[in-house]
Design a protein around this ligand. Sequence first.
Ligand code: ZN
Length: 135
Amino acid sequence: MWKCPVCGRTFQKVNQQHYCGRMPATVDEYLSEQPDKIRPILEQTRRILREALPDCTEKISWGMPTYWKKRNLIHFAAQKNHLGIYPGPEAIEAFRERLQDYRTSKGAIQFPYNREIPYELIAEIAKWAYEQAGE
Ligand SMILES: [Zn+2]
């Protein structure tokens, strides 16, 4: 991943073109900056992650909505054509079979907006990451 030195946002591609504004301070602010077309997907993602991880802290980390308990468990981010889910490489390895229809890279999963988003699966991955983090 690449972190823009100006705005602090994180992207998968080095020197990714983007609007270099101030980094959002809260998840509400992050969501409010997203295009109307994809905001419902992001709101639903937030809802299922909060449900899956009820005692985790929600914050912005690496410029992305993040669920934290002792450490960052999972992030999500609005990319241009897909929802990015960042649960860490171990989670992706553990769910490899069920993710075979999706593009993944080290630590990142791409769920294209033009396909149905598998929210159930995202919740399961989040719970897995939570369990791995210990208690
Ligand atoms: Zn920037």
